[in-house]
Design a protein around this ligand. Structure first.
Ligand code: C5P
Length: 278
C-alpha cells in the first residue's frame, strides 16, 4: 500500500502551441496570447510529511539545477506553509526536463509541489489561494497548476480551458543551450503581429506563431537546425519553438511517424523526448 504521508506528482512539461506577444507593459512584462498544452513527460515531485525540512535533487538534470541555488520548489513550499501551515516536509525532485528551456520545467515543479502539498493537507486542488501563490511564483505556474490545455492571456496567468488534440504524438527536441527568458523577451522587436485566431485547436495553433522565435534564434542560433530538422520529418502537423526556447516540438499524425522522427534525430547530441499531449 502507498504511504499516506507521501504524495508523488508528475510535473508535466508545458508547451506553447502558439505564443503571440502583443505589447510591452509598463511593469516590464509582456502582454501575451498563448495556447498552453501539457505533455505526459516531465519531472517527478515527491513530498513526505517529516520532522524537519529537506530538499533532495535527483535525476539526469539534477546537477545543472543544483548549480542554480534557489529554486521554485522550495519557494512554492515556503509560500504554501505561509498560507496554509502544514509543518515540515521532505521534498524530492527528480529532474528529467532540461533547465531554462522554454517548456516550463521550474514552473511545472512548483505547480506539482503545490498540488502535492494540497493533497497532503486537505486543500482543494482548485482553491483560489493556490492559484494566487502560483501567480506570484511565475507567469507559467498557473497554467501548470491548471494542468490542461488553455488559452492564456495577460502574462499567461489569465486562463481559459480549451479542448482538443489530447493524445497527439509529440516529439520534444532541445539543442542543449540554456536560454534566459528575460533576455529573449528583451529582444522582441515590439511589433504586434495580431491576435490568436478562433476555431479548432490545431487550426488555431497552425495559423498562429511563436513571436519569440526570432529573438530566441538570435540568442541561440542552434534553434535553427532543430526547427529545420523537425519540420522536415514525415507526418508533422506542426513544428515550432516553445516559450522562449530553446526547446522545439513537433506534433505528429501517428505514433509511428513520431518514433521514426525520434530515431532520425538521434546521434546529434540533442535532448529528445517522445511523448504525447495530455
Ligand atoms: O514570470 P517569470 O518570472 O517566469 O518571467 C521571467 C521573465 O520573463 C520576466 O522577468 C520577464 O523579463 C519575462 N516575461 C515577460 N513577459 C511575460 C512573461 C515573462 O516579459 N509575459
Amino acid at each position: 500500500m502507498s504511504d499516506p504521508r507521501t504524495v508523488t506528482e508528475l510535473a508535466c512539461a508545458k508547451l506553447n502551441l502558439a505564443l503571440h506577444v502583443r505589447h510591452r507593459r509598463p511593469d516590464g512584462y509582456h502582454e501575451l496570447e498563448t495556447l498552453f498544452a501539457l505533455v505526459a513527460h516531465g519531472d517527478l515531485v515527491r513530498v513526505t510529511l517529516a520532522d524537519s525540512d529537506s530538499f533532495t535533487l535527483t535525476g539526469p538534470f539534477a546537477a545543472v539545477l543544483a548549480g542554480e541555488g534557489d529554486n521554485l520548489v522550495t519557494r512554492a513550499a515556503a509560500r504554501f506553509r505561509a498560507a496554509f501551515g502544514g509543518g515540515a516536509h521532505a521534498i524530492e525532485l527528480e529532474k528529467h526536463l532540461p533547465i531554462a528551456s522554454g517548456i516550463g520545467g521550474g514552473s511545472a515543479d512548483a505547480a506539482a509541489t503545490l498540488r502535492a502539498l494540497a493533497a497532503l493537507h486537505g486543500v482543494a486542488q482548485d482553491d483560489p489561494r493556490l492559484f494566487a501563490i502560483a501567480d506570484a511564483l511565475g507567469s507559467d505556474v498557473p497554467a501548470c497548476l491548471l494542468g490542461r490545455t488553455a488559452l492564456g492571456r495577460g502574462r499567461g496567468e489569465q486562463l481559459m480551458p480549451l479542448e482538443g488534440l489530447a493524445g497527439t504524438p509529440t516529439l520534444l527536441v532541445n539543442p542543449g543551450v540554456a536560454v534566459s527568458t528575460a533576455a529573449v523577451f528583451q529582444r522582441w522587436d515590439g511589433v504586434d503581429r495580431g491576435p490568436i485566431g478562433t476555431g479548432d485547436l490545431l487550426t488555431v495553433a497552425r495559423t498562429g506563431r511563436n513571436d519569440l522565435e526570432p529573438p530566441a534564434r538570435a540568442v541561440a542560433p542552434a534553434i535553427d537546425a532543430v526547427l529545420a530538422a523537425l519540420a522536415a520529418q514525415p507526418g508533422v502537423l506542426l513544428a515550432r519553438m516553445s516559450g522562449s526556447g530553446a526547446t522545439c516540438f513537433a506534433l505528429f499524425d501517428t505514433h509511428a511517424a513520431r518514433d521514426l522522427a525520434a530515431a532520425a534525430l538521434e546521434g546529434r547530441g540533442w535532448w529528445l523526448a517522445a511523448t504525447h499531449l495530455r
